[in-house]
Design a protein around this ligand. Sequence first.
Ligand code: ADP
Ligand code: MG
Length: 312
Amino acid sequence: MRCVALVELRDVEKFYGDLHALKSVTLTLEAGRIGLLGPNGAGKSTFLKSLLGLVIPTSGTVKVFDLEVARNPFEVRARVGYMPEGDHVMPELTALEYASFAAKLCGLPDKEAVGRAHLVLQYVGLGEARYRKLGSYSTGMRQRARLAQALVGDPKLLLLDEPTSGLDPRGRDEMLALIHDIPTRTGASVILSTHILPDVEKTCDQVIVLAGGQALYAGALAPLIRPEEGIFEVRTKGDPARLRTALELSQCIVTMQGTTLEVRVPHNGGAAHVVRVAVEAGCQLRHLAPLQHTLERAFFETLEKAASPTPA
Ligand code: ADP
Ligand code: MG
């Protein structure tokens, strides 16, 4: 039996006049928590809108749940919740009216819509504030209300366009915790668009790296951030320069980040090599661990690779 992909794009191009916003994007995503990562202007919002049929690609095909969006926009939208970027709400409505309205737009009968609205507002932490007008809400509360309207139709896929923008660190952490919980709680998949790398690192298991309209990477997050074999992070009690010199004399390649040494050990010598050199040089080690790739590092390496010409 063929496993249906969550999202599949083939050779998708989008031009706004002369502006080339999506460049031959071809990728497949599985169900799960997906980070859509890229700087401002990368094409993230255009990408999300193309999944909903709100932006029509100039060429190429977009499928969501194996449905071609161009042919079945309403069937797709019935299964997808969308939180657009920005923090616009209808200020005169209470959160309950707003979420109920969104539920009715999803086709729920009045009574059921209000019932669902109560439930999702409780879930996003607005249970007590649900009878207050949105105009009196803080940014964090508005973003939660907007998340509630995206969730109220019980979507199978949730598209969140920069949902943490404008939030303070605590509000951001709370929003990310909710986003992480949604797939566990509801079984829905989430695509989280952001330019904040740690948000993706904390929340997602797949990532798309978009830059200048090109998808430079799409797939599992783990291979991007796994520990590097043969590279160690080393700190010493004394002068790091002394240990650095000793390691370089033993064929290691060393770079210094503050007082931390990043040591590439030759010939699979492993941590034992670093320990031996340190002992011989009379340097006491404080920290020795395989270098963990951060998403930030992987992100910039991906951008660099894309910028450098491919060897002939
Ligand atoms: P991101 O969400 O990553 O910031 P966008 O998808 O909003 O990127 O935009 C990608 C590029 O397309 C940007 O250069 C932006 O100015 C341009 N763009 C987006 N929407 C439109 C539009 N409706 N008309 C013209 N240009 C647009
Ligand atoms: Mg955007």
